[in-house]
Design a protein around this ligand. Structure first.
Ligand code: BMA
Length: 803
């Protein structure tokens, strides 16, 4: 008999007034219930969002009936793994408890309320905005980047709307709920804390129990086991397991991810998890911010992660698996779970453990001053204790971080004046959270916030210390400005681009579809977003005249911006120990900084990231008034090879060449200046440098911006051939083709291409595998708007023709 009995059936949801009623999915939320019942339109389409704010302002009652035949257990608890958010829980009219924190679980002793036979369970959710506004009234206004009161309630902040997300304030039973019967003892939490010794791994298994008398606990793993007794009056025992010759867990790209099953028992309660053996340190000497795993310093090829859906219960293991597989395909090794979102579910961290993706987890605070008074203060302590315990078993978790941008806000955004001495969250980031991490999981590094420079006496966003967020690019300045920064860890930097065409078309009925048509503007949440897209394009490209050119060029520009940033940061290794791109994913169809859009489609940025994050990278960088090749070797083996740099005319003619010997130690970057004949152009508008070496992608350098280049009118031949898995489209260039990309989703939303943004010299060929759809029109695949290159953008073409 399994002691946990889920109560997921026969739920209904109704508004307090009784006007709205629907069958309910549990786990789930009110929006998805109303949508399934056909009572509301899809909140992600057109501007439906604006007509649905009433949902967040309504009180919702979830109710079910179930039968219970009594058990022989001493205790029966009602376990709520997640309630969103302000709830009263009643069983047969008996109030079991109240909740106000989405980031915690709750357990109520249900013995006295349960009846043999029929039982009625009711969870009534108050309006989250109304609760937060009441608390704001009581505790006093706190400044933030947005006006919504998300800092007055422990609920996923971006649910109130963000600069990439809609305001759809949910309510509901968002994680499993059920009855748990137990006798004697139950395991309330296990913290397997790993340290490495000389050729051994030591796992201190902290077993936290709830019990009715003395209890014996045991732990076993890899053929080693131990026992302990939790004496009367105590609730924790530690069992130490020493494993000889451990197989260590490594981040992807550094080694394997072996996992060991750890089994813990207390009475007849059993807890099982696969854990990894590894040690992580954060090296901060001299301002550094370098993660070291098993003593090896790691460059974080990172992305920021936001909730993958505004309705988190729609994100199950499959969705996580698909998204994290995309991260791996983009050669990412670290995912930062951003503080405006969630502590994700077990599946997320379990997949990261298996994939070797390091996880940097923010505590869930973002972009606002937070009150430290109760009830928020007490909730934060409880939530932190629960999450630090829950996630301690995951080898992927390498860093706890106090918050997103709140220390910066306090120091640099004028908050102190607005606060008039009120609490702002500093006590959380500098006292509560580090104390909880030090007590419950001292094996994990903790950093008070991002950005943060290691001391409240330093400017939080100081490039020379700790983590840095670079947002003047995108907001005000051209993306080449990334090169002016020498951060120790670029924890956020991003550039917007629109979603894939098929995603936009699914979500919007705009006719005609224009960059500023109503729907597309509604799905652009950033302040002056489209103006910034245009401003960002201007130094590089001519002003696009059609929607298709706008769409292609803004996507290309996004990719170019981030590729330039990433390659610059990687070239700075080991001074800079990571680049964490804002952002991997989206939660709905939107123009945003993401590499993968809200329908899971890869934007051109995704492919640029894959190249920029390759284990072996060749990149051309400005260097001492000239140019240099930087070879970055993110493998454990030395990289010895020859490379050839050639300055070409656009017609392919080689104008100058230089042979270079690459000799790059493991995990190192080497700078090789380019000789003047290669680095100095005769005609900057008609020349480029290509540097090739076997076993890695070639590096390209153009001497001028595209708008100032004399790109030839594009000429090429195409051939399509059916191959296993789809269609192979071969493009043979007869002229230079810059940033060639194929967008088969223009023809069929199910179609997908395996590559984008390939630059070809005359005579060269590119192959694209197009999968997911059959019967595509091969002629349509051979030209705009499906097959694109920068040369065919109208003003550039006209310019060329005029000459
Ligand atoms: C940073 C992030 C997010 C935001 C992004 C883009 O501030 O932490 O809050 O979405 O910039 O503006």
């Amino acid at each position: 008999m399994t002691p946990f009995r889920p109560l997921h059936d026969a739920w209904t949801v109704r508004s307090a007034s009784g006007d709205v009623r629907a069958p309910a999915a549990v786990p789930g939320c009110v929006h998805t219930d109303l949508l399934a019942a056909g009572l509301i339109p899809d909140p992600y389409l057109d501007d439906n969002e604006t007509r649905l704010t009433w949902i967040g302002r309504t009180e919702w009652c979830y109710e079910t009936e179930f039968s219970w035949d009594g058990t022989g257990h001493e205790r029966t608890d009602l376990v709520c793994e997640g309630l969103d958010t302000v709830a009263v829980v009643e069983l047969n009219g008996v109030r079991l408890g109240e909740t106000a924190n989405m980031h915690r679980s709750y357990r109520f002793d249900a013995r006295d309320a349960l009846r043999v036979g029929r039982n009625r369970l009711t969870v009534t959710f108050g309006s989250a905005p109304a609760y937060a506004e009441r608390l704001r009234e009581e505790l006093g206004e706190r400044p933030g980047a947005y006006t919504e009161p998300y800092n007055f309630i422990r609920k996923m902040a971006c649910n109130f709307g963000w600069d990439w997300g809609p305001a759809l304030v949910t309510a509901g039973i968002w994680r499993p709920i059920g009855l748990h019967g137990w006798s004697g003892a139950r395991i309330a939490g296990v913290r397997p804390l790993v340290t490495l010794g000389d050729g051994t791994a030591r796992v201190d298994v902290h077993v936290h129990v709830e019990k009715t008398g003395a209890a014996e606990v045991s732990a076993s793993m890899g053929g080693v086991s131990g026992r302990a007794v939790v004496p009367e009056g105590r609730d924790e025992a530690v069992i130490t397991l020493e494993l000889p010759e451990p197989r260590l867990w490594w981040p992807r790209g550094y080694g394997e991810q072996p996992l060991y099953e750890l089994r813990v028992t207390a009475g007849d309660d059993v807890w099982r998890r696969e854990i990894g053996l590894r040690e992580v340190r954060l090296r901060t000497e001299g301002g550094a911010f370098t993660l070291a795993v098993n003593g090896v310093e790691v460059f974080a090829k990172g992305v920021n992660w936001i909730p993958d859906d505004c309705f988190p219960t729609r994100v199950g293991r499959d969705r996580y698996a698909a998204r994290l597989a995309q991260a791996c395909e983009a050669n990412v090794n670290l995912v930062r779970v951003w503080g405006g979102g969630l502590y994700e579910s077990e599946d997320f961290y379990d997949l990261c453990d298996r994939l070797g993706l390091m996880v940097w987890q923010d505590f869930t605070f973002a972009c606002a001053a937070y009150p430290e008074e109760d009830p928020i203060g007490a909730e934060v302590e409880a939530e932190a204790r629960e999450q630090v315990t829950r996630l301690s078993a995951h080898p992927s978790l390498v860093l706890w971080c106090g918050n997103n941008e709140n220390i910066e806000g306090y120091a640099d955004w004028g908050w102190q004046e607005a606060l008039q001495g009120r609490s702002w969250g500093g006590g959380f980031y500098l006292e509560t959270l580090p104390r909880v991490v030090a007590e419950l999981d001292p094996t994990r590094p903790y950093w008070p916030g991002s950005p943060y420079s290691g001391s409240m006496d330093l400017p939080p966003n100081d490039p020379g210390h700790g983590t840095m967020h670079i947002w003047d690019v995108w907001n005000q300045r051209d993306y080449t400005v990334y090169r002016d920064y020498r951060p120790r860890m670029a924890a956020e930097f991003g550039f917007q681009g629109p979603a894939a065409y098929a995603t936009i078309r699914r979500a919007l009925s705009d006719e005609p579809l224009l960059p500023d048509s109503r729907g597309l503007l509604h799905h652009q949440k950033a302040v002056d977003g489209n103006l910034k897209l245009a401003a960002g394009l201007k130094p590089h490209f001519p002003v696009p005249e059609t929607f298709d050119d706008w769409h292609y060029l803004t996507q290309v520009n996004q990719a170019r911006a981030i590729q330039l940033g990433v390659e610059h940061f990687r070239a700075l290794w080991p001074h800079c120990a990571g680049s964490v791109v804002w952002q991997l994913n989206d939660c709905w169809p939107v123009t945003s900084w993401s590499a993968v859009d809200g329908d899971g489609r890869e934007k051109p940025l995704f492919h640029a990231l894959r190249r920029a994050y390759a284990d072996r990278l060749l990149t051309v960088q400005p260097h001492e008034g000239g140019l240099a090749l930087v070879a970055v070797n993110d493998t454990g083996r030395p990289w010895r090879a020859s490379a050839r740099a050639v300055r070409h005319r656009f017609d392919g003619a080689a104008l100058a060449a230089q042979d270079l010997a690459l000799d790059v130690p493991p995990r190192a970057a080497v700078t090789l200046p380019l000789a003047a004949p290669v680095a100095g152009p005769g005609d900057p508008a008609d020349e480029l440098i290509a540097i090739e070496s076997e076993g890695c992608a070639r590096a390209l350098w153009f001497f001028a911006e595209d708008r100032d280049l004399r790109l030839p009118e594009p000429r090429y031949d195409t051939a399509a051939e059916a191959v296993p898995g789809g269609l192979r489209l071969t493009v043979t260039a007869r002229t230079l083709l810059r940033d060639l990309a194929v967008f088969p989703d223009r023809l069929d939303p199910a179609a997908h291409a395996d590559d984008q943004l390939v630059t070809l010299l005359p005579g060269e060929r590119a192959e694209f595998l197009i999968s997911g759809a059959a019967g595509l029109d091969e002629r349509a695949l051979a030209g705009a708007p499906v097959l694109r290159c920068v040369n065919d953008v109208a003003p550039l073409r006209d310019e060329t023709a005029r000459r």
